[in-house]
Write a protein that binds this ligand. Structure first.
Ligand code: HEM
Length: 140
């Protein structure tokens, strides 16, 4: 009996060790959490006079859907981003480094308000960071 208990415990531990690591997407609650984060972030972005001029004529709902889909894909979710490439979407806009960081800060604040942990915030931002080179105007 004792032998069986030990056997089951050992197998159980081995199964835990081998189980695939949960993606950040699953960990934060998937698309519904991302949609809330971007809903909040986009309101802040459109209300920020330093950023608002860029977004004139860009429908909030479209941007929210695209950002949610893109981040979903980047953090291990089951989505396929269907929007423009980052170069295509931003190249004519001369986005500055400063504007990039202001926007990212709104996304960070939104994550905090929605209740993501500091570690989750950092992991999500790390997934967005490689996009910077295609968003910021290279002449900067
Ligand atoms: C982490 C930073 C950023 C990410 C992940 C990001 C991502 C995106 C995505 C996914 C789209 C949708 C593309 C489509 O419509 O198919 C988009 C569009 C757009 N982004 Fe960004 N972006 C970022 C930073 C910025 C910044 C800093 C600005 C300007 C201050 C900006 C201005 C715009 C504008 C104006 C559009 C609409 C383009 C259009 O409809 O033609 N973005 N962005």
């Amino acid at each position: 009996m004792k032998f069986l208990t030990i056997l089951f415990l050992t197998l159980g531990l081995a199964a835990c060790a081998n189980s695939p690591k949960q993606s950040l997407y699953e960990e934060i609650g998937g698309t519904s959490t991302l949609d809330k984060v971007y809903g909040l972030a986009i309101n802040r972005i459109y209300n920020d006079p330093r950023l608002a001029p860029h977004f004139e004529g860009v429908p909030k709902s479209h941007l929210r859907k695209m950002l949610t889909e893109q981040t979903c894909e980047l953090i291990g979710g089951p989505c396929t981003y269907s929007g423009k490439s980052m170069q295509e979407a931003h190249q004519e806009r001369n986005v500055t480094h400063a504007e990039f960081y202001i926007l990212v800060e709104h996304v960070q604040q939104a994550m905090r308000l929605i209740g993501l942990t500091y570690a989750q915030e950092n992991r999500l931002l790390a997934a967005l960071a490689p996009l910077k080179k295609d968003i910021v105007y290279q002449g900067e």
